[in-house]
Design a protein around this ligand. Structure first.
Ligand SMILES: NC(=O)c1ccc[n+]([C@@H]2O[C@H](COP(=O)([O-])OP(=O)(O)OC[C@H]3O[C@@H](n4cnc5c(N)ncnc54)[C@H](O)[C@@H]3O)[C@@H](O)[C@H]2O)c1
Length: 330
């Protein structure tokens, strides 16, 4: 008896995390449909997959209905970095909320299992440390980050209402800071910022005094967590934290990037942005117990692989223009 490939929809599939997920699913033998409006995603991210008969890319905005036949849905579409999600905050909320409604409606119609890429931002500026899934969060509902934080919180609500009301098979992952190859070079996130600055020999900008910590998870580890959660028993709905519990001070990260790139860059300090959390770190007890999952890539190893990616990206002919990085064309 031949095994029929699963048909898997990945929204936001041309983005940073989505492109790695598509790659893993295709390698596993699934039939993957990548849906993306290319707001922050890039065709380059999935270019290597385009020749594969098990991969298909579709330009589509998930705030509009989508009618396709699939067995599983990974809903990743949503700009993830503050610069990008604050660029058009109304569209960010629409993507999170209306996008979730559309994808949940699709999952209900075709009886697909559906995964939501939620975020540690649902915890806001946490008063509890590290954050377990039971922590309800400390989010400012009217601040500049609210379009994302509250959008994602509402999406979680919708997922659990579809689960209770329509018996949908849901999986909700709360993703913490993730880094790796194919991060957007201009996304303003700390890892990509530091690497790009170091490779250009520009000063590394630290917001505040650099004592704030972040817990950085390498992308391959995170995607393994996604796959395990999707494959888990149906009672494992989440929300479940996926991230690296090992904390690193931002200043320490800057030093490590300078050392690994061999850069002569110096470090400068800027004021902290509004609502920037001082500390955020996952409690991954549930992921360990229920999925037998934890990150295995060291920061040094993950950074080296990310630096190699950015080095190649920046050294492409004509990649630098007037001190600004010209992004690869879509
Ligand atoms: N990277 C992280 O550290 C992190 C942390 C927490 C949560 N997440 C979540 O994971 C998901 C993926 O994040 P990422 O880092 O890959 O970000 P990304 O910006 O690289 O990817 C998001 C993708 O969604 C697409 N998109 C945005 N709006 C869309 C719309 N309306 N319709 C169709 N496509 C749309 C973008 O073009 C992009 O390809 C996001 O939902 C994000 O909130 C990421």
């Amino acid at each position: 008896m031949s095994v029929v490939a699963k048909r898997v929809l990945v929204t936001g599939g041309a983005g940073f995390l989505g492109s790695h997920l598509c790659e893993r699913l295709v390698a596993h033998g699934d039939d993957v449909l990548c849906v993306d409006n290319y707001f922050t995603g890039r065709k380059d991210n999935v270019a290597d997959l385009l020749g594969d008969p098990h991969f298909e890319a579709m330009r589509h905005d998930i705030t509009h209905s989508l009618f396709v036949e699939v067995d599983e849905i990974y809903n990743l579409a949503c700009p993830a970095s503050p610069i990008h999600y604050q660029f058009d905050p109304v569209q960010t909320t629409k993507t999170s909320v209306i996008g979730a409604i559309n994808m949940l409606g699709l999952a209900k119609r075709v009886k697909a299992k559906i995964f939501q890429a939620s975020t540690s931002e649902v915890y806001g500026d946490p008063s509890l440390h590290p954050q377990p899934e039971s922590y309800r969060g400390n989010v400012n509902p009217i601040g500049p980050r609210a379009c994302y934080d509250e959008g994602k919180r509402c999406a979680e609500t919708l997922f659990f209402d579809y689960f209770r009301q329509h018996k949908l098979k849901i999986r909700v992952a709360r993703i913490f800071n993730t880094y790796g190859p194919r991060m957007h070079p201009n996304d303003g996130r700390v890892v990509s910022n530091f690497i790009v600055q170091a490779l250009r020999g520009a000063p590394l900008t630290i917001y505040g005094d650099g004592s704030q910590t972040r817990a950085f998870c390498f992308v391959d580890d995170l995607i393994e967590g996604f796959l395990r959660l999707m494959a888990a028993a149906d009672q494992v709905t989440g929300p479940i934290n996926l991230g690296n519990p090992h904390e690193t001070a931002v200043a320490e990260l800057a030093e490590l990037v300078i050392a690994l790139t061999g850069s002569r860059s110096t470090i400068t300090s800027c004021p902290l942005p509004i609502d920037d959390p001082v500390q955020r770190c996952p409690d991954i007890g549930q992921a360990k117990a229920l999925l037998d999952w934890q990150p295995t890539t060291s920061l040094k190893e993950g950074l080296s692989r990310t630096i190699a990616y950015f080095d190649k990206l920046l050294s492409r002919r004509g990649a630098m223009e007037g001190g600004k990085i010209k992004l690869p064309s879509h």
